[in-house]
Design a protein around this ligand. Structure first.
Ligand code: FAD
Length: 350
C-alpha cells in the first residue's frame, strides 16, 4: 500500500465513475455540493465502457440513440462546469465515521477523503481480473503471474505465456513478442473474441515464427522453488509442457462487492438495501444508487440510477450543510449554473 496522502475534504465522495456516478457529480454541482469521484478502474465509464462501448442505447430520455461510449462522453461534457476531480485506479477500501459525524474513506493506494456523505455508485462492485484458478498461482502473483502489464520492460528477455483470447490478450502478445526471449499465446479454442484485425496480425506473427500459439488450458504450474519454470497445457488429447518464467493472464474482468461488503451496511445478495425516499443505506450518510442499490421492484437501468442519485444528493445536502435550508431552483432559472455551463463550454471549445 502506498503512503497515506493528506485527506481531501469534500462534501460528497462518489464511489464509481460509471454513468450513475458521473450524473451524480452533475447533480451534486447543481445543488451546490462539492464532490470527488473514485474508481477502481483506469478508465471512466463503468459497464458502458468495460462491457459494451459500441452498442447502442435507446432508453435514455431525450437521446433517441447513442452508443454507450457516446453516453459517457456526454456525461463527462455535462460535468465540465463543475471541474470534478476523478481519481482512477483507486479502489475504496475502508470507511470510518468520526465524532463530528463526517466520514474518513481510504483507498487501497493510500488516498484519504474527508467527506460529509458518501454516495456508492459501484455498479456490480469493483471490476477485478479473473484469476488463474490454480492453488499454486496465488503465491506467484505479482512476481511471475501478472493480470496487467505495468512496465513492458519487466518482460524483456523472458519466456512468456500470454493466456486468453480477447483483445487484451492478443494486444499484449503482439506488444511483448518483440522483447520476449520466447512468447506463447495459450487459448482454450482456435477462435477469438479479439478484433479480426488483431487475430490476423497474431496469425501472421505465428506464421513468421515470431511467437507460438497453443490451443488448450493451463492445467498446472511448475514452480518448485517459488519461481515459475514452466506450465502444463491441457489439450483435447494429452498435454504439452512449455518453459515459462512469466505468465500474463488476460481472462477478462469479473466484479465483486469487495471491501464495501464489510462496511456494516444492509447488504443482501451483493446489493445494498436503501430507503426509496432518499436512497440512503442503513447507515445514515451513506447512500447507494445505480445497479448496486436494491429496493422492491428495482430496475437496473441507467435512468433509474439518475433519479436515485438526484434524490440521494438532496438528503446528502442536509449532512454537508445541516444549518442551511436548500431552496429548489429549476435549472432553467439557475443563472449561476447557466454562467458555469457557458464558461465551461467556451473553455472547452477554445
Ligand atoms: C451489455 C449491456 C447492455 C446494457 N444496455 C443498457 C441499456 O440499453 N439501457 C440501460 O439503461 N442500461 C443498460 N445496461 C445496464 C447499465 O449499463 C447499468 O445499469 C449501468 O452501467 C449502471 O451504472 P452504475 O454507474 O450504477 O454502475 P457501473 O456502470 O457498473 O459502474 C460502477 C463503477 O464503480 C466502480 N467501483 C466498484 N467498486 C468500487 C470500489 N470499491 N472502489 C472504487 N470504484 C469501485 C467500478 O469499477 C465501476 O467503474 C446494460 C448493461 C450491459 C452489461
Amino acid at each position: 500500500m502506498e503512503p497515506q496522502s493528506e485527506a481531501i475534504k469534500t462534501d460528497v465522495l462518489i464511489i464509481g465513475a460509471g454513468p450513475v456516478g458521473l450524473f451524480a457529480a452533475f447533480e451534486a454541482g447543481v445543488i451546490g455540493l462539492t464532490c470527488q469521484i473514485v474508481d477502481t478502474l483506469e478508465r471512466i465509464g463503468g459497464q458502458c465502457i468495460e462491457l459494451y462501448p459500441d452498442k447502442p442505447i435507446y432508453d435514455i430520455p431525450a437521446i433517441p440513440s447513442c452508443t454507450a461510449r457516446e453516453l459517457v462522453d456526454r456525461l463527462l461534457e455535462q460535468i465540465l462546469p463543475f471541474d470534478v476531480p476523478i481519481h482512477l485506479d483507486q479502489r475504496v477500501e475502508s470507511v470510518t465515521q468520526r465524532d463530528d459525524h463526517r466520514w474518513t474513506v481510504t483507498t487501497a493506494r493510500g488516498m484519504t477523503f474527508d467527506c460529509a456523505a458518501i454516495m456508492i455508485a459501484a455498479g456490480n462492485g469493483a471490476f477485478v481480473p479473473q484469476r488463474l484458478q490454480l492453488p499454486e498461482a496465488a503465491a506467484l502473483e505479482g512476481s511471475d503471474i501478472h493480470y496487467s502489464v505495468a512496465r513492458a520492460a519487466d518482460f524483456a528477455d523472458k519466456e512468456i505465456v500470454v493466456a486468453g483470447g480477447g483483445d487484451s490478450a492478443l494486444d499484449w502478445a503482439l506488444a511483448l513478442k518483440g522483447i520476449a526471449r520466447k512468447l506463447t499465446l495459450v487459448h482454450r479454442r482456435n477462435g477469438f473474441s479479439a478484433t479480426a484485425n488483431s487475430v490476423a496480425t497474431m496469425k501472421r506473427a505465428v506464421d513468421a515464427g515470431e511467437m507460438d500459439f497453443v490451443v488448450g488450458m493451463i492445467e498446472s504450474l511448475d514452480a518448485p522453488d517459488g519461481k515459475l519454470r514452466g506450465v502444463r497445457i491441457k489439450q483435447v488429447e494429452g498435454a504439452t509442457d512449455i518453459a515459462a518464467d512469466k505468465i500474463v493472464a488476460m481472462y477478462g474482468l469479473v466484479s465483486e462487492l469487495g471491501p464495501i461488503a464489510a462496511w456494516n451496511l444492509d447488504v443482501r445478495g451483493g446489493r445494498i438495501e436503501v430507503d426509496t425516499s432518499n436512497y440512503e443505506s442503513s447507515r445514515p450518510g451513506i447512500f447507494a444508487v445505480g445497479d448496486i442499490a436494491n429496493y422492491p421492484n428495482k430496475q437496473k437501468l441507467i435512468l433509474s440510477g439518475f433519479h436515485e442519485a438526484s434524490l440521494g444528493l438532496r438528503k446528502a445536502y442536509s449532512y454537508a450543510y445541516p444549518e442551511k435550508k436548500r431552496v429548489h431552483v429549476h435549472s432553467s432559472y439557475d443563472t449561476k449554473l447557466a454562467e458555469r455551463v457557458i464558461a465551461a463550454h467556451a473553455a472547452d471549445s477554445a
